[in-house]
Write a protein that binds this ligand. Structure first.
Ligand code: ATP
Ligand code: MG
Length: 382
């Protein structure tokens, strides 16, 4: 799998004889569609025009971690050739709980982009774009806010949970409470029907579809498509604390850029079974985070089953178990880390990918905005 990912990443380097943006955005070579033209500037040469559209994204609150890898990145790499895929670096959404620290968001835009390219998100197949540079998204958000109630926003279980973990109390930034509406704007602006997400995002997709249905009902026709969440088997990867999901904001993550030492330190901090004191003691698998990670990342399923059997029975020590996990994670991360370091030495190329992808996305999202304005019956000034 890693070899496959790196293969895709490598094509990005080889393509350097031409600017990477050329390959990633053939679409932008076509001039902006003006009224009456039937050209499709958004056509992707690698897939049919009717291929399903994917939109996913990440908040640039920090570099990406193993939760992102199993949660969405693997899917993005696997699906990019058969779909029209857009990946949004959601910096405006990142500000909703970081308004006092915009520097954190700005710095991490490139970090996240580096992570994408390093795992094999290939600009030849995927359009990577920057949310705050797509003004159509803000306009759509403003219109959509009229199709959702404050009570509904407050009931969203993901938002409730995030408000709790962020300790907002009653001082919830309005932008944070409303971010599911902005996310509805993101998804629908690209007319995405497939959204690969961790399971924490499922309620947000449900809310998106409620807004879509209300707008379509208002317009009395299908202006926007509904979207389907694609959730990986693991649902959400817990953090190394074993309590909450792995998250950039919780300090419980193993990053895709982690050094061997950082991986080792993180694995040593993981708790296993507190009742498993001696090597010979029988141990518990359930709730044992080391096994959760082995299930998620160890390609040798049979070997993991054997390890579970001997841990349950007694005779397998935590140190040996953790050494195996450390090696599994190092094997996964080392090539990503190296590839990332190589790309980090060429920041201008990375920025070019983002610039070109954003330009393409601007066409797409403006087009949807025009359709929505018309469908909602606004006065259109010619
Ligand atoms: P933050 O703490 O700033 O919210 P995050 O680590 O939760 O950051 P996001 O940018 O909010 O990351 O999430 C981006 C995508 O990655 C979402 O689809 C989310 O569901 C998925 N994702 C994030 N963390 C995990 C995880 N631990 N397991 C599975 N998927 C995850
Ligand atoms: Mg999050």
């Amino acid at each position: 799998m890693v070899a496959l990912l790196l293969g895709a990443a490598r094509t990005f380097v080889q393509r350097r004889t031409k600017p990477p943006v050329e390959a990633g955005s053939v679409v932008t070579k076509t001039p902006l569609r003006t009224g009456g033209s039937n050209q499709d500037e958004t056509a992707m040469p690698h897939c049919e025009n009717f291929a399903p559209i994917i939109l996913t994204g990440d908040r640039p609150t920090g570099p990406l971690h193993l939760g992102h890898y199993v949660g969405t990145l693997k899917n993005r790499v696997a699906m990019q050739r058969s779909h029209r895929q857009f990946v949004l670096i959601a910096d405006a959404q990142g500000l909703t709980d970081n308004a006092d620290n915009p520097d954190r968001i700005r710095r991490n835009v490139i970090e996240v982009c580096l992570d994408y390219l390093a795992v094999g998100v290939d600009p030849a197949y995927t359009t990577i774009c920057l949310q705050s540079s797509l003004s159509a998204l803000n306009e759509l958000t403003l219109f959509y806010l009229n199709y959702v109630t404050v009570a509904r926003l407050e009931r969203n279980p993901t938002i409730k949970d995030e408000i709790r973990t962020r300790g907002f109390g009653r001082d919830i930034p309005a932008g944070f409470l409303c971010y599911p509406v902005a996310q509805a704007a993101d998804i629908t602006a690209f007319k995405a029907t497939v959204v690969p997400v961790g399971d924490d995002q499922v309620p947000i997709i449900e809310q998106t579809n409620e807004i879509v249905r209300r707008i379509n009902r208002q317009a009395a026709r299908e202006v926007l498509p509904e979207a389907k969440a694609v959730v990986p088997k693991i649902g959400r990867l817990p953090g190394i604390d074993g309590e909450r999901k792995m998250s950039k904001s919780q300090g419980n993550a193993i990053y895709l850029s982690a050094s061997r030492d950082e991986i080792g330190t993180a694995v040593r901090r993981m708790y296993t079974d507190p009742g498993h004191l001696r090597v010979s003691d029988p141990g518990k698998i359930e709730g044992n985070i080391v096994f959760t990670y082995l299930d998620a990342f160890d390609p040798d399923v049979d070997a993991v089953a054997d390890l579970k059997a001997s841990y349950r029975h007694g005779g397998l020590g935590d140190i040996a178990l953790k050494q195996r996990l450390e090696q599994v994670l190092e094997t996964l991360i080392a090539p990503i880390r190296e590839r990332r370091a190589e790309l980090a030495r060429r920041p201008d190329d990375v920025i070019d990918v983002l610039r070109q992808g954003t330009k393409t996305s601007r066409f797409v999202t403006q087009q949807t905005l025009s359709e929505v304005r018309e469908a909602l019956g606004l006065f259109i000034l010619a």
